[in-house]
Write a protein that binds this ligand. Sequence first.
Ligand SMILES: [Zn+2]
Ligand SMILES: [Zn+2]
Length: 153
Amino acid sequence: MAGIEGGCRCGAVRWRLEAERLPLTYACHCLDCQTWTGSAFSQQAIVAQDRFQCTAPVGRFDLPSADGRRISHQVACPACFTRVYNTNSSRPGLVMIRAGTFDDSHRLAVVAHMWTKRKQPWLTIDPQVPAWPEGPPQAAEFFRLIGAPPVAS
Ligand SMILES: [Zn+2]
Ligand SMILES: [Zn+2]
């Protein structure tokens, strides 16, 4: 099967995704994502964990949600601190890959925007692309839209 690859800024961490074509991505414009990325928004793809392999020891930071019901496991390069991907205890079997770590990140399509009420004012979103002022109201519909793999729940 064809592979898609990516990695961190310094090259210490490389990952590989078994897939025939690039996954779709979405952008989150929330303030947490802005602060965390040090940029205007985050962009990520959601893929099946069993198709994803990371080829180096990584650093991990476990972040509980505000209500304490979910834990987001953030994975970063221990050398250059690039955030590479995360998993979430509420979505077992899925990996959220940071779009900027794809070798072919310039070919990724953004098919949805969330938390647009926090987006930077200079940024214009294509009116054809689904967008929500906060999180998407229907998680299942959102997952279908971005092509996330089905998971047993
Ligand atoms: Zn690195
Ligand atoms: Zn966000």
